[in-house]
Design a protein around this ligand. Sequence first.
Ligand SMILES: Cc1ncc(COP(=O)(O)O)c(C=O)c1O
Length: 279
Amino acid sequence: MPELAYVNGLVTPVDEARVSIEDRGFQFSDGIYEVVRTHNGGFIDLERHLARLERSATMLDLALPMPLPELERVSREFYAQSALPEAIFYLQVTRGAAPRRHTAPPGLTPTLVMTVRAITQPPPERYTAITVPNNRWKLCACKSIGLLPAVLAKHAALRAGADEAVFVEDGLVLEGASDNFFAVKDGVVYTPDTDGRILAGVTRERVLEQLAERGARVEVGPLPLELARSADEAFITSSVLTVVPIVALDGRPVGDGRPGPVTGRAREDYWDFIRRTTA
Ligand SMILES: Cc1ncc(COP(=O)(O)O)c(C=O)c1O
C-alpha cells in the first residue's frame, strides 16, 4: 500500500496530491497542523492532538473544515485506508485558496490535507543539541505551519554537527525546534511552563502525568540555561521522537554524557503507554 494523502476529500498516493498555488498556506503560512504517531494500527492521543488543533484554530480565528468529532472520524477512516501499522499521521488546515491578498475573503473553504507516512526506524537512542536564541513569534502556543525559525535552527544544529537546536530566551531554556525540553538535577525533573512561549506538547503532558504517577519531584516553571548545563540528565519529547536523551549541550556533556536513569524510565513508561493504548 503506498503512502497516502488526503486533500479535501480526495485520497491519492502522496506524490499525486495537489493543492492550489493560491492556497493561503503556501502564500502566507496561514494554517495550522498536527503530527500524530500511530502504533500497531492505532493512533496515540488523537483526541488530545485534535483538541490542540482546535485551540490553534481559535488563536488564529481560523475555521476548521468540519466539527471536531467529524474530523476525528475522517482522520480515522483515512488512516485505516493506509494499512500502515507504524506511521506518522500529518494533518494540516489552512484558511483556503483565494487570490493573493493579505485579508482573506469571507466564507473561504478551508483546505484540509492529511498524509500517512511509514515509520521505518525506532526513535534515536540519544541526541546532541545546541542552543540558539529564540527568534520566533509570540504565539508559540499555536501549532502554526509558519516554521521558518525552527527550520533555520535545525540547519544551525546540523552545521554544528548536532541533532537538535533548543531555543533560549532571557537565559531560560524554552523548547527544542520541534520538541519539548526536560532537565533532571539532583532527582528533580524540570521543564518550562506552557506560558505561551512554548507549544503544549501532547507527549510532554503524558510524560508529566507519568512522572506524577511515579511520585517524581517535578518543577514546571522557568528553566535557567545554567541549570540545563549543569544537569545530570536532559531529554526531549515529541510525538515523532517519543522520549530522547540529550547527552550533550553546546558541545559539553550533560551529566556523564550518557542517557540517565530518569530519562530511561520516562522513555520506557511512555512506550508502555503506547503499547497499552494501541493493544
Ligand atoms: C515547537 C514544538 N514543541 C514541542 C513539540 C512536541 O509536541 P508533541 O509532543 O505534541 O508532538 C513540537 C512538535 O512538533 C514542536 O514543534
